[in-house]
Design a protein around this ligand. Structure first.
Ligand SMILES: Cc1ncc(COP(=O)(O)O)c(C=O)c1O
Length: 444
C-alpha cells in the first residue's frame, strides 16, 4: 500500500496513535473511510469485512440509521446538560433500560465515558462501599494475571498485562494483588466452549485471603472472558467458585464486562450466560454500538443502599464526569438497546455461535496453530511465536488479512475474532476463508 493512500490523505505526523506502532503505521498506513453493516471501506475504496466489530463495540453492525437519527435529534433539541445536581430524562430512561437487561439484583447505574473510566469508577465504589459500612480497613483490590481493565491507574494496577504496567511501576495504586490466570494450553487446547479444566484455580483467592486476611480485601475484579489478553475463557465452574469464596469473606466481586456485555456470549451479559451474579458490572463499548463514547457501572441494590444512609442533603459519592450520561450518548444508548431488542441480537450469538465454532475449529491443523478456543461470537486462535520475535507471526497474518479484505485483531501471537452480532453464515465463510489463506501464506 502506498504511504499516501489517497490524494486527500492528511499529513499523518501530528496524531499520536494509541496502542499503535506509530512509525511503522505512518510508513504504511491503513485508513478506513466508511462503514456499513459488516463491512468497512478503506480510503482507496477497498471493502474490508469487519471481523472484530470495530474494537468489540459495534455489536449491531455499522451505520445503524436509528442511532444516527437519535443522536442527530438529541443534538438539535439539547446538546448538553450538566451532570451534577441536575439531570435530563434520557439519563434515567437509559439507566432503567439497562437495569431491564441486567442480571437480577443489579438495580443501579453510574454512567462514565469509557471502559477505563468504568473500571476506575467500580474500584472506587468498592472501596467507598466498605467505608460506608464502617469497614474502612478493606482497602486491597485484587485483579488477575493477564487481565485487562483499561488504562487508568486503577485499571493498570489490577490489570495483569506486563506491557501495560512495566513503564509505571511506582504509579500503581497500593495494596493490589493478583490471582493466577487460567490460561492452560496443556490441559485445555482446542476446547469448544468453556474449558473443562481449571475451576480449582479460583482457590487462588483463598491463598490471597490467607496472605492478606479478608478484613483488608475490598474487591476482586475479573473479566468473565478475558479479551485483550487473547480470549481466555473461564474454566467450567471457575466463576461460581470465585463468587462463593467472595461471599464467604465479604469480598465484593466485580465483573469487567466491557467486551462480554451486550450479547457477545449469547446472553445480554456473561454474568447471565454463566449463571454467576457479581456485585458490580463494568461495561462500555456495545452500550452505544460504538457510535458515541459511553460506559457504565451496574451496581447491586445492596451497594447503592449502603451509600443512601447519610443526611439527605449530602452528596453520597464524590465522583463523576462532566460527560456522565451525556445526552447524545444516552440517545445513542437508548436507540442501540432498541435495536438489540427488536432484532433479538443479545441472544443471537447462541444460534450463530455453532456455525462460528465449526468454522473456527476447521483451522485446526494449519501451520503454527497451537490452539483454537471459542464461546458465543468470540474466538481466539493462538499461533506459535517466531523464536525471538513474539507477536510477529500474528501481526503478519493481520496485515495479510487486511490486504485481502478482512479486519482481525491480534494480541501477542493470538488472533481474536469478535464480529458484529448481525453476522450471517456467508460472512463467517468469507472471514475464515480469508483468515485460513493468510495463515497458510504467512507460514510460507
Ligand atoms: C475488559 C476491558 N475492560 C476495560 C477496557 C477499557 O475500555 P476503554 O478502552 O473504553 O477505556 C477494555 C477495552 O478493551 C476491556 O476489554
Amino acid at each position: 500500500m502506498a504511504a499516501n493512500p489517497s490524494s486527500t490523505a492528511p499529513d499523518l505526523n501530528a496524531y499520536w496513535m494509541p496502542f499503535t506502532a506509530n512509525r511503522q503505521f505512518k510508513a504504511n498506513p491503513r485508513l478506513l473511510a466508511k462503514a456499513s453493516g459488516m463491512y468497512y471501506e478503506t480510503t482507496e475504496g477497498r471493502r474490508v469485512l469487519d471481523g472484530v466489530a470495530g474494537l468489540w463495540c459495534v455489536n449491531a453492525g455499522h451505520g445503524r440509521k436509528q442511532i444516527t437519527a437519535a443522536v442527530a435529534q438529541q443534538l438539535e433539541v439539547m446538546d448538553y446538560a450538566p451532570a451534577f445536581q441536575i439531570g435530563h430524562p434520557g439519563a434515567f430512561e437509559l439507566a432503567n433500560a439497562l437495569v431491564g437487561i441486567a442480571p437480577q439484583g443489579l438495580e443501579h447505574v453510574f454512567f462514565t465515558n469509557s471502559g477505563s473510566e468504568s473500571v476506575d469508577t467500580a474500584l472506587k465504589i468498592a472501596l467507598a462501599y466498605h467505608r460506608a459500612n464502617g469497614d474502612a480497613a478493606r482497602v486491597r483490590l485484587l485483579g488477575r494475571e493477564r487481565g485487562y481493565h483499561g488504562v487508568g491507574f486503577g485499571g493498570i494496577s489490577v490489570g495483569g498485562m506486563v506491557a501495560n504496567r512495566k513503564t509505571w511501576p511506582t504509579a500503581m495504586i497500593p495494596g493490589v494483588d493478583h490471582l493466577s490466570h487460567t490460561h492452560d494450553l496443556r490441559r485445555n487446547a482446542f476446547s469448544r466452549g468453556l474449558p473443562a479444566h481449571g475451576a480449582e484455580l479460583a482457590d487462588d483467592l483463598e491463598r490471597l485471603v490467607a496472605l492478606h486476611d479478608a478484613s483488608t480485601i475490598a474487591a476482586v475484579i475479573v473479566e468473565p472472558i478475558a479479551g485483550s489478553t487473547g480470549v481466555v475463557l473461564p474454566p467450567q465452574g471457575y466463576l461460581l467458585r470465585l463468587r462463593q469464596i467472595c461471599d464467604k469473606y465479604g469480598i465484593l466481586l466485580i465483573f469487567d464486562e466491557v467486551i462480554t456485555g451486550f450479547g457477545r456470549t449469547g446472553s445480554p451479559f456473561a454474568s447471565q450466560e454463566f449463571g454467576v451474579t457479581p456485585d458490580l458490572i463494568t461495561c462500555a463499548k456495545g452500550l452505544t454500538n460504538g457510535a458515541i463514547p459511553m460506559g457504565a457501572v451496574l451496581a447491586s441494590k445492596k451497594i447503592y443502599d449502603a451509600f443512601m444512609q447519610g443526611p439527605p442533603g449530602a452528596i453520597e459519592l464524590f465522583h463523576g464526569y462532566t460527560y456522565s450520561a451525556h445526552p447524545t450518548a444516552c440517545a445513542a444508548g437508548l436507540a442501540t438497546l432498541s435495536i438489540y431488542r427488536e432484532e433479538k441480537l443479545l441472544t443471537r450469538a447462541k444460534q450463530m455461535g455453532a456455525v462460528f465454532e465449526q468454522a473456527a475449529h476447521a483451522l485446526r491443523g494449519l501451520p503454527h496453530v497451537v490452539d483454537i478456543r471459542n464461546y458465543g461470537l468470540v474466538a481466539g486462535i493462538e499461533l506459535a511465536p517466531v523464536a525471538g520475535s513474539p507477536g510477529a507471526r500474528a501481526f503478519d497474518v493481520y496485515l495479510k488479512c487486511f490486504e485481502r479484505g478482512l479486519l482481525i485483531r491480534t494480541t501477542g501471537d493470538i488472533i481474536a475474532l469478535s464480529p458484529a452480532l448481525i453476522i450471517e453464515p456467508k460472512h463467517i465463510e468469507e472471514l475464515f476463508g480469508i483468515l485460513s489463506q493468510a495463515i497458510k501464506d504467512s507460514a510460507n
